[in-house]
Design a binder for this molecule. Sequence first.
Ligand code: FES
Ligand code: FE2
Length: 405
Amino acid sequence: MAPASRDDGTGGAYARAPRAHDAEITEVGPGTPCGELMRRYRHPVEKSERLGIKPMNIRVLGEDLVLFRDLKGRAGLITPRCIHRGAPMYYAKVEDAGIRCPYHGWLFDTEGKCLDQPCETDRPEFRARCRQPWYPVEERYGLVFAYLGPPAKKPLLPRWAPFEDIAPDQKIVTDAASFSVGGDDTEELIPWNWLQDWENTMDPFHVVILHTSFSGPQFNPEMAVMPNVDWAVTPLGMQYSAYRRMTDGEEMVGVTHVMFSSLRSVPIVQLSHGVAESMGWLVPVDDTHHRTFHITRMPEDFDGVPLVTAPVLEKKWSDMTEDERWRAPGDWEIQMGQGPITLHGEERLAASDRGVVMLRRLLREQIELVREGGDPIGVHFDPSVPAYHIGAGNFYRDRMATAGA
Ligand code: FES
Ligand SMILES: [Fe+2]
């Protein structure tokens, strides 16, 4: 029997809506609809420079795995329990040809093929059947990218135009700092669902309130101006264009772009004219944790972590006290406060949430496309496809006119 409605029309908390999250667009484990969509893309799982001779336990899309690099420099990603009798491959040692289990010494290469079984009389046909489950990895831009999807659907690892053709006096800075507030380099597991973070990127209005008038200018004082906003679906995801008249009278268009599977380019810290040269991935670790990886084109002599958010209290976020975080909350405080997975059943979406609504709709469409056997937005299998343009950036009308743009 259905429970009797508690709603007595007073608006009291006793009658509030059921507390539920939307599993379809948030949960990423194997076999889930969104997890299957996510498994059609490559995800960065670690910075290349951190992967040395010691295997690393990693978790991505709800799967526990071991990442390693053999002594020839090849990266590999395997399941964490040795297929022989379940020893932890985290304690394995690497050698030229692969990774050797600490228990009975079975040796596996980066594709899980068993190359040696020192306690056995060698029987090649038995050894061939002993394959450690593995996933393909590829390195680019200082990151190790993993592909956890069906082999027949493995797309090429895209190239991104702002990070190609690096000049001799430039470099790509790769960081895994969680929110990098004030140049913070804290590498923390972010303890909430990836979608909270991603859809926040399509909410230009909280920039005016949270990041400027409420907490002080965490990006730039000019962000206090309420923008006029256009929205558009793009070949890679969606973007907004925020139009503002700046204090010097110039009109500036700030374009922020989110790309599938869970990338973003947010160019609002520096208000310099032109295409953004930074981009980040929000990688689902599991349903209630994610990590971020950023790449930024910088001068060769740059040292540190590029600014994502400016420090309003002249402190890095990791040095702020709880009281200081109350005085100047930022994305971390808000998104963590929404809970491990926000309760979509409680939301009251309004007109200013248009970007969030569009992004969720696009996400559902891609989930459906994959469910029907199609290839989702932004994946490609053709090596002749040129590097992707991000299109994000800050563009000043007058300067564009001068440049004949
Ligand atoms: S458990 Fe790995 S070789 Fe025996
Ligand atoms: Fe934000």
